[in-house]
Design a protein around this ligand. Structure first.
Ligand code: NDP
Ligand code: 2IT
Length: 448
């Protein structure tokens, strides 16, 4: 592990001691602190004012019981979380995740990442994350509805256009956001569109929000390639996952002349050298809520592999779009051996620190999620703008805004990395640019 700056090392030790067992939070915090050495050396005022110590402690953490009744009449009890991490730049903003693995440490890592990602977009949004250990797999629509209603019966009191604005993440898409907003509206008796993003187009949602994370990721990759005189045309791409982010990444890559040859879910992966048939993936995953293992039945020539790693499939560009720590050092080694030159994170923290180190050692261009997947939350902020002005923008205009924001994020990463002595490092650039924007606001506010 790289050393931490002298003034940051005690802070990290304190974080470990005060947040025992929160492995993913430790990992996310460590990565940011490793980047900040040159910043605290150049600007001791951040250390003097204990901005980092404040930043590492969430402003508020809410943990609550979510009781609900399943289709067989049995009472189920889940746990709900909302970590309102930082509101220096705007209302708390970040998604809700429904997955059995969700715990406080995971929500804190996601909320911590969200602070810097949101700052990097240049838009006025603070950082938060929430969710539940509820597993939507195999649950009926009625069960999902009752669960969402019970969750919102607690969460609504913490939300608001100027307070905290949740959205989707793993396991939370259009269906769940509909049930959540419906219950919010019923409890409060107010049509507060700006209190939740990712809404349906007929009830206050924004064009391009559904597509935004995947499209934004590909716009970012386009910028990375263009910076070296390249393009996506003719590139062979591997995308892990087959959810919201993966599907729209595949869509945009294909539109721009690349070929996606593999995608996955938690059961395994499919390889299709003809190029993934996206209509088929959408039908399986969104239509029937099925498994990616069903893909080869309708697509002769493709194959499904249950045991193994999608990162063994040879590609020029790798886009991990499933979940945290899905791409480890061994996977990174396989990608490098097979000639991959660009890796960009659609998911949050999908690459382990060992994998990222290996990419750097072998000269791959690597974009961390807080830069590369910022298009989702950025378009959420555009949704908030439209809600505040009671307006609805056209698709092409909104997509052009998203592309402009991703260009800005890319540019900010590179110029900041250069300024602080790590030219070409998107990791350093993203962490430092995100940090300084939040830290300057915190300095202005004093000890609050
Ligand atoms: P979805 O629920 O739509 O899709 C998640 C995909 O990842 C599914 O294919 C799922 O497979 C797979 N997956 C989830 N958990 C695991 C796991 N533990 N092991 C292996 N595969 C897994 O979620 P999204 O596409 O919205 O989110 C994907 C990633 O992108 C997450 O890291 C999320 O935080 C991040 N992200 C999402 C944004 C958004 O706007 N939605 C914005 C920015 C980042 P299966 O169905 O088998 O579980
Ligand atoms: O990780 C993320 O940036 C998201 N899940 C999107 C958050 C949002 O508020 O749109």
């Amino acid at each position: 592990m790289p050393e931490l700056h002298d003034s940051l090392s005690p802070l990290f030790d304190e974080l470990l001691a005060r947040n025992p067992g929160e492995r993913e939070f430790h990992q996310a915090a460590r990565e940011v602190l490793e980047s900040l050495g040159p910043v605290v050396a150049m600007h001791p005022e951040y250390a003097d004012a204990e901005v980092l110590r404040m930043l590492c402690e969430p402003e508020r953490q809410i943990i609550f019981r979510i009781p609900w009744v399943d289709d067989r009449g049995r009472v189920q009890v889940n746990r709900g979380f909302r970590v309102e991490f930082n509101s220096a730049l705007g209302p708390y903003k970040g998604g809700l995740r429904f997955h059995p693995s969700v715990n406080l440490g995971i929500v804190k890592f996601l909320g911590f990442e969200q602070i810097f990602k949101n700052a990097l977009t240049g838009l006025p949004i603070g950082g938060a994350k929430g969710g539940s250990d509820f597993d939507p797999k195999g649950r009926s629509d009625a069960e999902v509805m009752r669960f969402c209603q019970s969750l919102m019966t607690e969460l609504y009191r913490h939300m608001g256009e100027y307070t905290d604005v949740p959205a989707g993440d793993i396991g939370v898409g259009g269906r769940e956001l509909g049930y959540l907003f419906g219950q919010y509206k019923r409890i409060t008796n107010r049509y507060e569109s700006g209190t939740l993003t990712g809404k349906g187009l007929s009830w206050g949602g924004s064009q391009v929000r559904t597509e935004a994370t995947g499209y934004g990721l590909v716009f970012f990759v386009q910028e990375m390639l263009a910076a070296q005189g390249g393009s996506l045309d003719g590139m062979r791409v591997v995308v892990s996952g087959s959810g919201n982010v993966a599907i729209h990444a595949i869509e945009k890559i294909t539109q721009l002349g690349g070929t996606v040859v593999a995608c996955s879910d938690s059961g395994g992966y499919v390889v299709d050298d003809q190029g993934i048939d996206l209509d088929l993936v959408k039908e399986i995953k969104n239509g029937r809520r099925g498994r990616i293992s069903e893909y080869p039945e309708a697509r002769p020539g493709s194959r499904y592999i249950a045991d193994g790693s999608i990162w063994d499939v040879a590609c020029d560009v790798a886009l991990p779009c499933a979940t945290q720590n899905e791409l480890d050092e061994a996977s990174a080694g396989a990608l490098i051996r097979n000639g991959c030159t660009v890796v960009a994170e659609g998911a949050n923290m999908p690459c382990t620190p060992g994998a990222i180190r290996l990419f750097a050692e072998h000269g791959l261009r690597f974009a961390p999620g807080k830069a590369a997947n910022a298009g989702g939350v950025a378009t959420s902020a555009l949704e908030m703008q439209q809600n505040a002005s009671r307006d609805a923008w056209p698709f092409d205009y909104t997509e052009a805004r998203l592309a402009g924001i991703m260009r800005g994020v890319h540019e900010r990463c590179l110029t900041t990395a250069e300024t602080y002595g790590s030219p070409g490092s998107y990791v350093a650039g993203a962490n430092i640019a995100g940090f300084t924007r939040v830290a300057d606001a915190m300095l202005a506010f004093g000890v609050v």
